[in-house]
Design a binder for this molecule. Structure first.
Ligand code: HEM
Length: 399
């Protein structure tokens, strides 16, 4: 039994049947591709690995091993740092991500979402993924950083190039995009050093924990990480989430009928889609694991999407999309000390997006083929033509 777990196509085509097989028959599964790695598919195993950074290190990067990936220009990032340094860094950058700061973003997020939805007209075919959804997370991060409005679209081009490198439509190399981003961020930092501003960069410049501050290099690395970690993932959550609602009209109707269900629906979308397919760790010593031994320096790829369909945790309906699912302890944001720092922001973006979308357009249908974005890390929707319609039922008209 082997599956092309290294291939973007594996993740774009439905991986659920392979995940099911792996969970059952080979939960700690060796694959020779890309220099070889272990694939982990059971919920409990991923949870345990994530709780042992002493045995499973993030320091060699969290992307699946890929001999073709460009090396060099890899600055140390929060996400690829181990304890104890990780804890100290995380405390510093968390100063810019307190619940109060995230909640305070809701009005701006609503404005950005409304602006994006203004492009849509009832009854008229519309390209939704690139045209409506894609600009939203980028604008929100740009707004968070205090970047001027006219630079927002440029962000998206760079971030696409860094993450979507496997997609043939993107011509800028990841190295070029990283270089351009660095220059741009340096410029923003210089502007902020003068003081008097209250955006995330200013907060990072002033953050101090136990007498320590972030270096400029660390701030740059963190800003890169935000763009890479917070854009495609959130975009894919929203585009794929819309597609899933189209494919599950009875679930869509539930949300239109009771928008109070949107937060639990967002959790179910996170579980179902798992926008970041995996994170990788490298063993720091030989670790006996189930009936295998993971050797020192071997890569361990945690397939969150497989854990998120684990019947042991999600029950008999684990393979069904249920917007009312509760509890829903999915691992879409990872778990343990590296658990997603931006999860409240991502949840807020998705909630506001679906609140606004469904209030305006309770009827959504496909109006053409869906073309997918090839990526082993963040597979998404490239283009998706939809037809949105305004309320027609009495209930929806009066909402
Ligand atoms: C649906 C959207 C998102 C998903 C599915 C997602 C997923 C993840 C996952 C799985 C991790 C764990 C990494 C690991 O264990 O190695 C992570 C970490 C991280 N995420 Fe997210 N993320 C999302 C949105 C965001 C947003 C919006 C931001 C910020 C703007 C963000 C910033 C980060 C950062 C900084 C880390 C590293 C945390 C650390 O290493 O301590 N993410 N994310």
């Amino acid at each position: 039994m082997d599956y092309p777990l290294h291939s973007p196509d594996f993740y774009v085509n439905d991986p659920a049947p392979a995940y099911r097989e792996l969970r059952r028959r080979s939960p700690v599964h060796w694959t020779d591709a890309n220099g070889g790695f272990w694939a982990i598919t059971r919920y409990a195993d991923i949870k345990w690995i994530s709780s042992r950074p002493d045995l499973f290190s993030s320091a060699r990067g969290v992307m699946m091993p890929n001999p073709d990936a460009p090396s060099g220009n890899r600055r140390p990032m929060l996400i690829s740092t181990d304890p104890p340094r990780h804890g100290a860094l995380r405390k510093l950058v968390s100063k810019g991500f307190t619940p109060r700061q995230i909640n305070a973003m809701e009005p701006d997020i609503r404005d950005i979402v409304r602006g994006a939805l203004d492009r849509a007209e009832a009854g008229v075919d519309l390209e939704f993924a690139e045209g409506v959804v894609a600009p939203v997370p980028t604008r929100i991060i740009a707004n968070l950083l205090g970047a001027p409005y006219q630079d927002w679209e440029q962000f998206r081009t760079w971030s696409d190039a860094v993450v979507g490198a496997a997609d043939p439509d993107i011509t800028l190399t990841p190295g070029e995009a990283l270089g351009a981003l660095t220059q741009y961020f340096q410029h923003l930092i210089e502007l902020r050093e003068a003081g008097g501003t209250n955006d995330l960069i200013s907060i990072l410049l002033e953050a101090e924990v136990d007498g320590e501050r972030l270096s400029q290099e660390e701030i740059l690395a963190f800003l890169h990480l935000l763009l890479i970690a917070g854009n495609e993932t959130t975009r894919n959550l929203i585009s794929m989430g819309t597609l899933i609602l189209i494919n599950h009209p009875e679930q869509l109707r539930k949300l239109v009928h009771d928008p109070g269900l949107i937060p639990t629906a967002v959790e179910e979308m996170l579980r179902w889609i798992t926008p970041a397919t995996h994170m990788t760790r490298y063993a720091t010593e030989d670790v006996p694991f189930r009936d295998k031994v993971i050797k020192k320096d071997q890569a361990v790829v945690m397939l969150y999407g497989a854990a998120n369909r684990d019947e042991e945790v999600f029950g008999d309906d684990a393979e069904q999309f249920v917007v009312t699912r509760k509890p829903n302890p999915h691992l879409a944001f990872g778990i343990g000390e590296h658990a997603c720092l931006g999860m409240s922001l991502a949840r807020l973006e998705a909630r506001v997006f679906f609140e606004e979308l469904l209030a305006r357009f309770p009827h959504i249908e496909l109006a053409g083929e869906v073309s997918r974005m090839r990526s082993a890390m963040a597979p998404g929707v490239r283009r998706m033509h939809v037809r949105l319609s305004a309320a027609t039922t009495k209930k929806a008209v009066h909402r």
